[in-house]
Design a protein around this ligand. Sequence first.
Ligand SMILES: Cc1cc2nc3c(=O)[nH]c(=O)nc-3n(C[C@H](O)[C@H](O)[C@H](O)COP(=O)(O)OP(=O)(O)OC[C@H]3O[C@@H](n4cnc5c(N)ncnc54)[C@H](O)[C@@H]3O)c2cc1C
Length: 214
Amino acid sequence: MDATVAVSAARDVGPQTVALELESPDEFDAEPGQFVKVSATIDGEGYARFYTLSSPGVDDTFEVTVGVDPEEAGPFSQFLLDLAPGDDLEISGPFGESYYEGESRVVVLAGGPGIGPAVGIAEAAVADGNDAAIVYRTDAPAHGDRLDALRASGASVTVVDESGDIDDAVAAALSGDADEQVFVYGFAGFVDDAVSALDAAGVDLDDAKIENFG
Ligand SMILES: Cc1cc2nc3c(=O)[nH]c(=O)nc-3n(C[C@H](O)[C@H](O)[C@H](O)COP(=O)(O)OP(=O)(O)OC[C@H]3O[C@@H](n4cnc5c(N)ncnc54)[C@H](O)[C@@H]3O)c2cc1C
């Protein structure tokens, strides 16, 4: 679906990280972990980038979380950081096959802005009465309030420094339950490290749902 949607809220949720709440178009349906394409023209140049849902649902509104690395990111990220309620965006989607499907236990490995889908999936799982664990690698933690609420609901949340090794945290988060589903969201460097950690822990990588941000 292609649509023009209004920004209904823009909240700072961490260093260089904003959660954009967007009005859901009529008939829009998407699962936590799917992503949309966001398009805009900046200084006469057209851009299109992908952003993953960070809300557990899409009733009335949905949310995406944008994390900006000042040393890596281009003008589109800055454009998103500067949005305000009432601004319009062009979106299309949803896209992606790596999404929550009601599994009885979810283990989400998140690097940087991958924390967006991690909180969305974990909140959906907890709301369904399922188990959730998050391993989050960052030096600039975001969504602290939602992570605290998830911990209070019984979810396991482990935050690892960028310089730290995630292998131990990943091994501790895995229960080995038959219906346990592993998800990985983040930029390529994190995905590589997460895949190594899962491999070391004996997870069949064909079963993991992995979204590489580029
Ligand atoms: C399927 C998919 C889902 C995505 N979901 C999200 C999301 O939920 N939230 C989100 O913030 N981004 C997400 N992205 C990344 C997003 O689409 C943009 O690439 C990002 O915001 C940078 O856009 P840019 O135009 O500012 O920089 P670009 O010029 O596109 O960035 C160039 C390169 O810099 C590197 N880079 C940019 N930003 C970072 C960063 N923060 N950390 C590490 N390396 C970085 C990457 O290698 C990137 O390819 C997703 C990408 C894909 C493919």
